[in-house]
Design a protein around this ligand. Structure first.
Ligand code: GLT
Ligand code: MN
Ligand code: MN
Length: 412
């Protein structure tokens, strides 16, 4: 192939994207509670070892593009859209007004707001630092975000504690830091109760998000399970207002089975919001788009969520790779991520209806015929042949993932 001039590259990408065949319509995509973060679409590719590869994108453009694609909900950090120096000022009000207008004009809803308590130098020692002034500022930031959330019609607030931890062992007293962190959340819930009452709205659902490593060497609440324990520790004034926003990759990162972590959150009634993406075990937070690395695991995750009636948001918290252009972010990255998610969601429905899986599962639950329930040998023998069905179910899931249940056949 001859070198391809820049002027022809977008049309090549578009043509090959079309050649992939089919996509969901914006209307079909909008039927799902899928949200697009401001920070995901506006991510410029920068990192510790990486210079940016893309240009800045305004929230107006992100909202407009999400609307065109059919992503019906938008999420943001306070400082994704309001410069830190403009928070608490009239400029904040003007920006919130502009956001509201962009959302209305494009038919997009703001579903979630979150506070950046990890990027600015003021949070060098974390959101629950020793200095009372930092904690007071953090509490004001949380309350301010809650207010913005209500102004924009959001129903969820997310808290990723970021640098709640330490680099230098022994410099931070863990129990004290966690008490201070709880005070911040208590302040946010108290502010929410007051603002919600004034505005005649329900209070927000406050969702904690864990990440096991990064940006600190040691993290105080590294997993969703740790956060469940924290919620029921007695430190929170309104534990009923606080739940979880697990992120698929963050659970995978520490070596968990994400599906099992989600199951534990479901059992506690705390699975309220879900960050969807993909990546690798025991690596850093690569935030790859959903389904590109672990599609079979994703299929299983969605079977669990569908069969338990999960109806919260699916937040596209991934980072378009540095190799994707500004054009590619909206032409390829977001539409393909949404379509993979919906395909996996549809397949999860097929798994639940599949006659092979259904009969195998029923048979496993029925078990073998046992006359003496204290006879260990009889019980073992009675169930032995049935247990082969576990592996057969795995095979069937693989077939469904590949579309073999719908006609793809073995061929030479
Ligand atoms: C940050 C983090 C994400 C969180 C965001 C919400 S911030 O990008 O890595 O996983 O969801 O604060
Ligand atoms: Mn996340
Ligand atoms: Mn992540």
């Amino acid at each position: 192939m001859k070198p391809i001039p820049v002027s022809e590259q977008r049309s090549l990408v578009d043509r090959l994207a079309r050649a992939c065949g089919g996509s969901y319509t914006p209307e079909q995509r909008r039927k799902h509670f899928i949200s697009g973060p401001q920070w995901a679409a506006a991510y410029e590719g920068q990192a510790l070892f990486h210079a940016p590869t893309r240009k800045p994108v305004s929230f107006e453009e992100v909202i407009r593009r999400y609307a065109e694609i059919g992503i019906g909900h938008w999420t943001t950090h306070d400082t994704d859209v309001i410069p830190a120096d403009a928070l608490f000022t009239a400029e904040q009000d003007a920006i919130v007004e502009r956001i509201g207008k962009a959302l209305r004009e494009n038919g997009v809803a703001c579903s979630m707001v979150t506070t950046e308590t990890f990027y600015h130098a003021v949070f060098a020692a974390g959101p629950a630092a020793e200095a009372g002034s930092v904690r007071e500022y953090a509490a004001s930031r949380l309350a301010n975000t809650v207010k913005i959330g209500h102004q924009l019609g959001a129903r969820y607030a997310v808290y990723w504690p970021g640098s709640l931890g330490y680099q230098i062992q022994g410099a931070v007293e863990e129990t004290q830091t966690l008490r201070w962190y709880a005070e911040g959340l208590n302040a946010a819930c108290a502010a929410d109760i007051e603002i919600a009452a004034k505005m005649g709205r329900p209070t927000l659902k406050h969702c904690l998000e864990a990440k096991p490593f990064e940006p600190q060497a040691e993290i105080l609440l590294p997993t969703s399970d740790a956060m469940l324990a924290f919620i029921s520790s007695g430190l929170l004034a309104h534990p009923d207002m606080v739940g979880l926003n697990p992120e698929y990759l963050h659970e995978l990162m520490w070596g968990a089975a994400p599906r099992a972590a989600l199951a534990r959150a479901l059992l506690c009634g705390k699975l309220w919001h879900f960050d969807i993406n993909d990546g690798y075990r025991l690596k850093h937070d690569v935030d790859i788009a959903v389904g590109l690395i672990n599609p079979l695991d994703w299929l299983n995750v969605l079977v669990l969520l569908r069969s338990h009636g999960y109806s919260g948001p699916f937040n596209l918290d991934y980072k378009p790779p540095r190799t994707t252009s500004n054009y590619g972010v909206f032409a390829v990255s977001f539409p393909t991520a949404v379509d993979r998610f919906i395909s996996l969601w549809e397949m999860a429905g097929e798994v639940m209806e599949d006659p092979v899986i259904r009969e195998a599962t029923d048979a496993l639950k029925a078990g073998g015929v046992v006359t003496d329930t204290k006879d260990v040998r009889e019980i073992t023998e009675a169930n032995k042949e049935l247990l082969t069905l576990h592996e057969l179910i795995g095979h069937r899931l693989f077939q469904i993932l590949l579309g073999m249940h719908r006609g793809r056949s073995y061929s030479v």
